[in-house]
Design a protein around this ligand. Structure first.
Ligand code: ADP
Length: 410
């Protein structure tokens, strides 16, 4: 009986021709694949001789790499090299050539000897192609990620520059409106009403510009925290005082419960922490219909105080709960933009929570929200959790830097 390797070599010349003809649809393509075909033949032969797939695997790996390189050159990175159909065509052509050039028995011997070699090659290519596909998707994802980060950086640079540019004319307007107030005097009530309107507008604009500057400092790791002894219950008293007029105006009830840990001294930046608390409480006021209830409570945990701010407001859908801490990610109707800081559903630029998050993370803490969902009719409410670290000493420069890095702040 003639061995499979002898049979294979016997059909080498017609095989090379038949395979090239069956694969090539044009002269160029035919030329470009002729080398690959004869290398493939050699690796088939070596595998038959040694019974080891190493030579075949080496050929297939090289084939894939050469194919991938030519596709990159052709700027067609989307499609991973698809060689399995080519392999199937090679197998079919081998069958045809064997049948045409050998006796039926010999053809059967050769085909059955080659069958497991083709099966192995198909499986090897499939595995490589999946792996390459994954690598190409991962690389593209990394590219998108970098592009997004670049976009985010330029957005944040723009916010910083715009905010600083707005600050100067705003200060001018504020100065001139004060001078106008002095000129008008008390015997011009009409003028005073108009001036009050201008002053309120200036104040709101200043708040927005200050928020823009804060958010840009947080994004650029430039927010510095000045640690001092702080008592949370005192900060909450200040917050209550600050919010009293709007709580009254909106008919809400604000209850601040004395919770474990709220009377303990900790080192923190009192101004920044108060700002974060006011942002969360201000939202509770804004997103709760008139006559609602806002409750501040908390508990002492090892190394932390967990403060909660619950409201009886419209609530937040679970899918939005992570996004509201990203800048400018306000939910709901964009028409309601900045119509008021305390008005029901008054809208705003969407910077309050990103700033609160930046401040808390800068302290080594955290913030998150829980809510069953958003419904303006049933008002399921929201509960914000603020994790504030308890520190008996201010963080050293080094640990402050580390916290800064961990939380994106310095
Ligand atoms: P702003 O209030 O200026 O829009 P924030 O960053 O403070 O921006 O809040 C982002 C979004 O999160 C808000 O637009 C609102 O949709 C939602 N949100 C925040 N707090 C509450 C709350 N207590 N109840 C319901 N929705 C809230």
């Amino acid at each position: 009986m003639t061995s499979a390797i002898d049979l294979l070599f016997r059909i080498r010349s017609p095989w090379l021709e038949d395979v090239a003809r069956s694969l090539a649809q044009g002269e160029n393509l035919r030329h470009s694949i002729s080398d690959e075909i004869s290398r493939f033949f050699d690796s088939l032969a070596e595998t038959l001789v040694t019974g080891d797939y190493a030579a075949l695997d080496t050929f297939l790996q090289g084939w894939l790499e050469r194919q991938a390189a030519s596709e990159v050159l052709a700027e067609d990175e989307d499609r991973p090299p698809d060689l399995i159909p080519v392999l199937h065509a090679l197998r079919a052509a081998t069958l045809d050539t064997a049948c045409a050039n050998l006796s039926a028995e010999e053809a059967l011997d050769l085909i059955s000897a080659l069958d497991h070699v083709f099966a192995h090659a198909t499986e090897y290519l499939a595995r490589c192609e999946v792996r390459q596909g994954m690598q190409s998707v991962t690389a593209r994802m990394a590219g998108f990620q970098q592009a997004l980060e670049r976009l985010d950086r330029s957005k944040s640079n723009f916010i910083g520059v715009a905010a600083h540019e707005l600050k100067t004319p705003l200060t001018l307007i504020e100065g001139y409106s004060q001078m106008m107030g002095e000129l008008l005097g008390e015997d011009d009530p009409q003028g005073q009403i108009m001036l009050d309107g201008i002053t309120k507008g200036i104040k709101r604009l200043q708040e927005i510009v200050d928020d823009m500057i804060d958010v840009s400092m947080i994004d650029n790791d430039m927010l510095s925290l000045h640690y001092q002894p702080v008592w949370l219950n005192r900060l909450l008293e200040l917050a209550q005082q600050d919010l009293r007029p709007v709580i009254l105006e909106r008919g809400h009830t604000l209850e601040v419960r004395p919770f474990p840990g709220s009377d303990e001294m900790t080192y923190a930046d009192p101004e920044r922490l108060l700002q974060a608390i006011l942002n969360v409480l201000g939202n509770a006021v804004k997103y709760t219909p008139d006559g609602g209830r806002i409750t501040v409570d908390g508990r002492r945990l090892p190394g932390f105080v967990e403060m909660t701010v619950s409201d009886t407001g419209i609530g937040i859908n679970p899918e939005d709960q992570a996004h509201i801490f990203e800048k400018f990610n306000r939910l709901g109707n964009p028409q309601l933009h900045s119509s008021g800081k305390t008005k029901y559903l008054g809208g705003g630029p969407g910077l309050g929570l990103p700033i609160a998050k930046g401040i808390l993370e800068g302290h080594g803490g955290a913030i998150w929200v829980e809510s069953p969902g958003c419904d303006e009719e049933s008002c399921p409410g929201s509960t914000f959790h603020l994790m504030i670290p308890l520190r008996s000493t201010p963080p050293s420069d080094r640990s402050e830097q580390l916290f800064g890095r961990a939380g994106g702040l310095q």
